[in-house]
Design a protein around this ligand. Structure first.
Ligand code: DAH
Length: 355
């Protein structure tokens, strides 16, 4: 290119294009190559020129057009690329982010109590067993020496399911005690188990729910006595309520599946609700020496083996330990309540740190 005007137009255009933003670039393109653009006008002028002169001038103007066009394209590519990466940056999803907000999840107090019970009895050599929520009336009642006329069997207390002819009537288990039977039938003594689980009764008020939780305990061996029962349950209650001096009282009672049977009470202050203080007694669990009929029902000779059993209501001891007034709150799934009464998932129940 020799024409200084063309050279100047080229260098000025290329310089402006190189620093243009998207809107300026479009304005430059229209001003140079649009219908009324400067280069378009130069091309139009060629039509009125002599062929010789047009050849020389045409080559120069076309060179100018080519240089400007490629400068426009190059700048557009740079601007498009920048716009795309800005967009990607803005829409970026951080896949390394934790799936749940940290620190919000917590362990429900019922689960926590079951973990604590497992930790305490685990340290005493107990293992954990479970059984079905839907039992039949032999496991839930008959095998446990509960007579046909016993009130617990009444329709108004127990959820019965549709019975098929020829099979034992199915019931939602009213306690975790049927797992005693399932274990005794399957495993030879010595036996040392706890059974945390769900139980069901037709009951509903501030201290009863149709679905609730219990933990059963069963120890069978040779020469197991009431002294073992007492030592075991005193240790459990003192560890659970975190009070080595907790007063514990054994009071004669009646359960069909134990003989003798005992209700276990702990000391508390009825007025203030303080556990371990005051002069009042609070019933906390049922227990006893396994009835010889229960062992015999499972094919175990009661003259050779003896043992003890107990059953504790999870909701009840959780309410007492943490001062929870209404049992229904356990099941309302109110996040504010859970945050207040829940436990950190990162602090498992461990006996050596204190429960
Ligand atoms: N099954 C009883 C209930 O639900 C609790 C119970 C009492 C369990 C004494 C036992 C026991 O194993 O020995 O009320």
């Amino acid at each position: 290119m020799t024409d200084p005007d063309l050279l100047q137009l080229q260098s000025e255009s290329v310089a402006s294009i190189a620093k243009a933003d998207a809107a300026t670039l479009e304005a430059l393109r229209v001003g140079l190559l649009g219908k009324a653009g400067q280069i378009t006008a130069l091309l139009k002028e060629l039509g009125s020129m002599e062929p010789e002169a047009r050849k020389v001038r045409g080559a120069e103007v076309n060179e100018l057009k080519a240089v400007v066009t490629s400068a426009l394209e190059a700048r557009k590519a740079v601007l498009d690329e920048t716009a795309l990466s800005l967009k990607l940056q803005a829409e970026r999803i951080d896949i390394s982010a934790p799936p749940r907000p940290e620190g919000l999840g917590c362990i429900h107090p019922i689960s926590r109590t079951m973990e604590e019970i497992a930790a305490i009895f685990g340290a005493m050599g107990f293992t954990i067993k479970d059984g079905p929520d839907i039992e039949d009336d032999w496991y839930n009642f008959s095998a446990l020496n509960i007579p046909a006329h016993h009130p617990a069997r009444a329709m108004m207390d127990t959820f019965y399911l549709q019975a098929n002819p020829g099979v034992r009537p199915p019931v939602l288990r009213t306690h975790t005690s049927p797992v005693q039977i399932r274990t005794l039938l399957k495993e030879p003594p010595p036996i040392r188990i706890i059974v945390p689980g769900r139980t069901f009764r037709a009951d509903h008020d501030a201290t009863h729910s149709p679905m609730f939780h219990q933990t059963e305990g069963l120890v069978i061996g040779k020469g197991i006595t009431l002294a073992h029962l007492k030592g075991c349950l005193i240790d459990f209650l003192r560890a659970f309520f975190d009070n080595p001096d907790l007063p514990v009282r054994f009071r004669a009672s009646y359960f069909p599946f134990t003989e003798p049977s005992m209700e276990v009470d702990i000391g508390w202050n009825r007025k203030t609700g303080e556990i371990g203080k005051g002069t009042d007694w609070l019933e906390i669990l049922g227990s006893g020496m396994v009835h010889p009929n229960v062992l015999a029902n499972c094919g175990i000779d009661p003259r050779e083996y003896q043992g003890f059993a107990f059953g504790v209501g999870i909701e009840r001891i959780t309410m007492l330990k943490h001062g929870i007034a209404d049992l229904r709150l356990f099941y309302e799934s109110d996040v504010r309540w859970l945050r207040h009464y829940g436990f950190s998932a990162l602090a498992p129940a461990m006996l050596h740190e204190g429960i």
